[in-house]
Design a protein around this ligand. Structure first.
Ligand SMILES: NC(=O)C1=CN([C@@H]2O[C@H](COP(=O)(O)OP(=O)(O)OC[C@H]3O[C@@H](n4cnc5c(N)ncnc54)[C@H](O)[C@@H]3O)[C@@H](O)[C@H]2O)[C@@H](O)CC1
Ligand SMILES: [K+]
Length: 486
């Protein structure tokens, strides 16, 4: 089942719905003991709890309360705990009392030699960058990678916007982020800033309001992707699984054609057609592709991929127009997007499923504005305006449909940031659309496999798009085999 990511408002609504649990303090007790358990796990993994040294940077709200109660639990376990209170008069009274009773020490600055630091500055109530008093405390620490203390953020790394994931400057870089009930948007949108994210069950509804305001962000679980992936059934033949047509590249620049077509061939067992002047090059790489030089000779398809390396001249525009005038699902990428930016009427009135797959530069051409700090709103806004599905590329891929639902995917690494990787993504997503998946599911499932393929191919060394393409099948296999479906 897809994992729902919540805005700060949706979290507060879910907390309020628990009634007595919220007002009686049970939620905070559960949250803080969850933080303490994660910290204990970290200390045990690196030598045990007793006699270790943990610090906390404590803000004026309930986030600081969580951290103080967690430090109290740790102090009872024999951990030497020090708290820096950023606003001593407004520190959470119950948390501060528990901390002091447990033998915790209050200091002006974090001492040196700490094993771990808890960031309890702000959580979902935070606005803007880390203020200087807090920033000074974190600036004193050596980075965790260089032997400094691990940083465990309570709920969110402070300085990161809960809803947009904007990483303000300065902001805390967390090793681990411990959150409660359900992940917040920022845990996906600012995933690299959060480190490992642990979600503690505190008894709130983890799905949030299904009819909440757009954009509503979810992430497919690996099992979802495995379950969606088309595999041939007993009655299937080469046509019944969906035929995808790829219009890409040229005789002079065949690379995009080969990569996009090869990705479509690798992603599903349905048939792949190619249309364009790179037909000979494509067939010499993939003999199973049925290639034609013109659309008239192409034959029937269930979905089109159009754009990578096709050029932006009048001929390309005519082909794009013809494809978009059909009632078939169409994925538009690269040069196709440049043409759409100049001719929005090509997609604006389209009723058939349409997926646009811009990177940030292409997005700016399409939307007439930069993506900006709020990528979620940027993708959802364009999807709503043009009533198409928009897949905004990046380390975190966002696939926004016109209704305001957004599927996100964290590639987990940036190895796929290489020339031609986008052509591979188009081929995978187009093949999935031809099999009958919606643009949104096709885009999100393709992004998951694409990111996984990049990791498998790279194994810590840089890759080009050919290596990425070669790992598409192993990535599909790994995801299917790891799930109950495989
Ligand atoms: N409501 C509940 O029952 C629960 C809340 N929980 C915790 O409570 C947090 C939310 O608590 P609050 O609503 O009190 O809000 P926060 O504690 O997140 O932040 C609010 C406080 O931070 C200050 N502030 C805002 N931006 C700042 C900045 N950039 N730099 C420094 N200070 C800043 C505000 O003036 C205010 O005093 C959650 O993130 C979570 O950690 C958990 O205990 C779970 C249960
Ligand atoms: K925090």
């Amino acid at each position: 089942m897809p994992i729902r990511y919540l805005t700060a408002d949706a979290v507060r609504q879910a907390e309020r719905a628990t009634g007595d649990l919220l007002t009686g303090g049970a939620l905070m007790r559960r949250a803080s003991s969850g933080v303490a358990q994660v910290v204990i796990g970290e200390l045990r993994a690196t030598g045990g709890c007793y006699g270790r040294r943990v610090g906390g940077v404590i803000g004026a709200g309930d986030n600081g309360g969580d951290a103080l109660y967690a430090l109290a639990v740790l102090a009872h376990r024999g951990v030497a705990c020090t708290a820096v209170l950023l606003n001593p008069d407004r520190a959470h009274p119950g948390g501060l009392a528990a901390f002091c009773r447990a033998g915790g020490r209050i200091a002006e600055t974090l001492p040196s030699g700490l094993d771990l630091v808890i960031d309890g500055v702000v959580g979902i109530g935070g606005r803007g960058p880390l203020r200087s008093a807090a920033a000074d405390q974190f600036a004193r620490l050596e980075r965790a990678e260089s032997g400094g203390p691990a940083i465990v953020a309570v709920d969110l790394p402070s300085g990161v916007d809960a809803d947009t994931g904007e990483v303000h400057d300065p902001a805390v870089q967390a090793t681990i982020t411990v959150t409660f009930g359900a992940p917040r948007n920022a845990h996906l949108l600012a995933a690299p800033q959060c480190g490992r994210v642990e979600v503690i069950d505190i008894g709130i509804d983890r799905f949030g309001p299904s009819d909440g305001p757009a954009p509503r962000l979810s992430v497919l679980a690996d099992d979802d992707v495995a379950g969606l992936w088309p595999v041939p059934g007993p009655d299937d033949d080469k046509y019944s699984q969906g035929v995808v047509g790829v219009i890409a590249g040229s005789a002079r620049y065949p690379g995009a054609a080969i990569l996009a077509t090869g990705a479509a061939v690798s992603a599903t067992s349905g048939m792949t057609r190619y249309v364009g002047t790179a037909a000979d090059e494509v067939v010499s790489h993939y003999p199973e592709v049925v290639a034609a030089r013109t659309l008239d000779d192409a034959g029937r398809v269930q979905a089109w991929v159009v754009g990578p390396g096709m050029g932006t001249d009048d001929d390309a525009l005519a082909v794009l127009r013809t494809v978009l005038e059909t009632d078939l699902p169409v994925l538009v990428d690269a040069d196709g997007l440049t043409l759409v930016a100049a001719h929005p009427e090509l997609v604006a009135d389209r009723r058939a499923p349409t997926l646009l797959t811009p990177h940030a530069g292409e997005y700016a051409r399409l939307a007439g504005d930069d993506v900006g700090a709020d990528r979620l709103q940027a993708a959802a806004g364009l999807a709503a305006k043009w009533q198409v599905t928009v897949l905004l590329k990046g380390r975190i891929t966002l696939v926004a449909d016109p209704s305001g639902d957004v599927l996100g995917n964290d590639a987990g690494s940036s190895w796929a940031a290489t020339a031609g990787a986008g052509d591979v993504l188009s081929g995978i997503a187009g093949a999935l659309m031809a099999s009958g998946l919606t643009p949104s599911l096709a885009g999100a499932a393709a992004a998951r496999v694409h990111g996984h393929a990049a990791d498998l191919a790279a194994r810590s060394a840089p890759i080009g798009a050919s290596a990425l393409l070669g790992a598409v099948r192993p990535a599909v296999r790994a995801i299917r085999e790891a799930s109950a479906i495989g």
